[in-house]
Design a binder for this molecule. Structure first.
Ligand SMILES: NC(=O)c1ccc[n+]([C@@H]2O[C@H](COP(=O)([O-])OP(=O)(O)OC[C@H]3O[C@@H](n4cnc5c(N)ncnc54)[C@H](OP(=O)(O)O)[C@@H]3O)[C@@H](O)[C@H]2O)c1
Length: 281
């Protein structure tokens, strides 16, 4: 069996075309969606991510504001900056690029963002709403994963989903969203015993651990759907957490890296920003 590709790049392009039209429509009603990104410090990976987000906003017609702060900023100063954006009527979404320097509490920052502008979907209120299945901003990477599975018309009801990784931004919420879609969800992590036995039970295997090519064909049930969230750089080349070449011979569907989940993440951020702007109408 050779797996069909779950092509995130194509789906992201399609969604961004639609978003552009939605933004044009909002703009005719004098609502220009606005996203503010706060970048603290000079971390090169964060700079790259922020640039990509700004470019995507520009292409979609979303007004984007980048606020750069030195890594000597105090927590109080950063919280005050967020408060200004909370009050700013031209801003629909606020995002603080993580990680932030260790002397600032990440949780305090996340909780300072007004829940109705929390387009990353990390605020405890929005996480709570996601858990109870209420309409809210969904965290972008997990949201993108679910959109990819739906686009490929992969039946989720009653399927056994195994999520490897339990971070707050990927593992935990992706499992929750798939539970909301009526899948049966098992979480695995670094303390899981017999990981291979667990992953072999998966109809749908989601891997988000940050270990290059960690999951190989022996970890996968024949015909499983495999979603690789990992982004790792090895010898200057990007690869996922799944060994693509071996797993593609065993899975029914597989996401490539790059070109899989990655492009969907920013797209869902744009989607959340536009959703927030619509509420201004
Ligand atoms: N495509 C995208 O847009 C996107 C977005 C976000 C992240 N990512 C990528 O996704 C990957 C995961 O990101 P993250 O932020 O979720 O990472 P993270 O916060 O470092 O969490 C990693 C998770 O993997 C688990 N883990 C680590 N080694 C393991 C092992 N050997 N066996 C089983 N579980 C193991 C950890 O378990 P413990 O909890 O027990 O420590 C933890 O739950 C990274 O490569 C990241 O770059 C991609």
């Amino acid at each position: 069996m050779t797996a069909l590709l779950l092509n995130g790049k194509e789906l992201a392009a399609k969604k961004r075309e639609q978003l552009k039209k939605d933004v044009e429509h909002l703009t005719t009603k004098n609502v220009v969606p606005g996203l503010a990104v706060i970048l603290v410090g000079e971390d090169p990976a964060s700079q790259t991510y922020v640039k990509a987000k700004q470019k995507a906003c520009e292409q979609a017609g979303i007004h984007s504001v980048l606020i750069k702060k030195s890594d000597t900023i105090t927590e109080e100063e950063l919280l005050a900056e967020i408060e200004l954006l909370n009050q700013d009527k031209s801003i629909d979404g606020i995002l603080v690029q993580l990680p932030i320097p260790k002397h600032i509490s990440e949780q305090a920052v996340i909780e300072k963002i007004a829940p109705e502008k929390d387009v990353d979907g990390f605020h405890p209120i929005n996480i709570g709403k996601m858990m109870t299945g209420e309409d809210t901003f969904l965290p972008c990477t997990p949201y993108g994963v679910v959109e990819m599975l739906k686009e490929a018309e992969i039946d989720l009801v009653g399927k056994h989903v195994v999520v490897v990784g339990r971070s707050n931004i990927v593992g935990k919420p992706v499992g929750q969203l798939l539970l909301n879609e009526h899948a049966t969800v098992t979480y695995c992590h670094s303390r899981t015993k017999n990981l291979r036995e667990m992953t072999n039970l998966a109809d749908i295997l989601i891997v988000a651990i940050g270990r290059p090519n960690f999951i190989n064909a022996e970890d996968v049930k024949p015909g499983a759907v495999v979603v690789d969230v990992g982004i790792n750089r090895v010898d200057g080349k990007l690869c996922g957490d799944v060994d693509f070449d071996s797993v593609k011979e065993k899975a029914s569907y597989l996401t490539p890296v790059p070109g899989g989940v990655g492009p969907m993440t920013i797209t869902m951020l744009l989607e959340n920003t536009v959703q927030s702007a619509r509420k201004r109408l």
